[in-house]
Design a protein around this ligand. Sequence first.
Ligand code: HEC
Length: 381
Amino acid sequence: MEKRNRTGRALGATVVAGLVLAVTAGSLFGQVGGKVSQNLDSGEQIYKSACVACHGPDGTGTPKEISGFEPPRTFPDFTRCDQTTAEDNWAWKAVIVHGGHSRGFSRIMPSFREALSPEEIDQVIGYLRSFCRSRGWPRGELNLPRALVTEKAYPEDEVVVSTAVNARGSPGVMSHIIHEQRFGRKNQIEVDVPITFQDENHTWYGGIGDTTLAVKRVMFSSLQSGSILSLQGGVLLPSGNRARGFGTGTTTFETFVAFDQLFRTKTFVQTQFGADLPRHTQISPQSIFFRAALGQSFAADHGLGRLWSPMVEFLADRELVDAAKTDWDVLPQMQVTISRRQHIRGDLGVRVPVSNTAGRSIQLMFYLLWVWQDGRLNEGW
Ligand code: HEC
């Protein structure tokens, strides 16, 4: 009895959904015809005619009893600022133009390439943005491509495995496993565990280095001016073996300011300036560092496809002791999105010491990063 009831309800839901979809499709075909689109002069009207059946009048999503589909785990609730503000307009535009599958999302999300003009899509995105009512969330456009060394100002939900290999001199490999997680509107915690392998006289030694625990906070961000400023403070715990050269043997406080600027041409500059302040300066001196990454993003398919970001970093380190010289390195590199959803990316570069080069080898550097907020590792391909 109960079973039949449920089947009945499911059938009813499917019929309603079919009607809703038919109406939606009808209105879309109407727009292809050209007449309807002239009347759709605002993002709100476009949304109400083309999107509301699935995304709901309030942007939270239509209940599945009405929409007829089981909402995917990643189905957006446009009122959730924590989920929407990290998405940039290009990502949304790609999904609206080419459909969900173009970014490895559900095919239920249709393509509106034929039905809506690029301007109309921009308008409806503007309307989607109005569903998030609270202010102060840094926008995803300011989440610039991550450089190999320079830390960015934007708070992230990601895991990065970053590796440097000595290309000359004593063989050595150092990896960092970095976990970053946002909390609140503007904050992020970071845990960075370095793992080192070193060849000493044909014997390889491996071990963890000094682990960093840190908190970052966005102090200022503006989509209009394309700028974002953050402060980070943290500690490096002496978890690395000092005798092997894996750690400093003392707790170190590290603090920095990061300022990033994005220009309209998708050119960007990321800068970071900070200090390492060990507790016992007799075993590890204080130092200051300055890092900058200059880059340019190019995306296939008029900005909607795979993203390539060539960058060059300029890295300076100086110990605060008498007669210390500054270590300067340059690091040309290329970051590229690997998954269609762009939540998995790789970066490859060569770090070249240019001053004070004694004992400092050229290094091959690369990372793989995963923005876990945007989907599981096996999703989005
Ligand atoms: C037939 C139902 C349906 C219609 C109509 C529809 N959508 Fe969607 N949309 C979906 C589904 C389902 C998803 C979730 C896909 C997933 O997460 O796998 C989605 C996801 C999205 C996303 C999120 C992509 C992301 O990055 O998370 C955006 C943006 C979006 N839709 C915008 C629109 C707009 C704008 C319209 C109207 C022009 C529209 N949708 C019409 C079903 C629909």
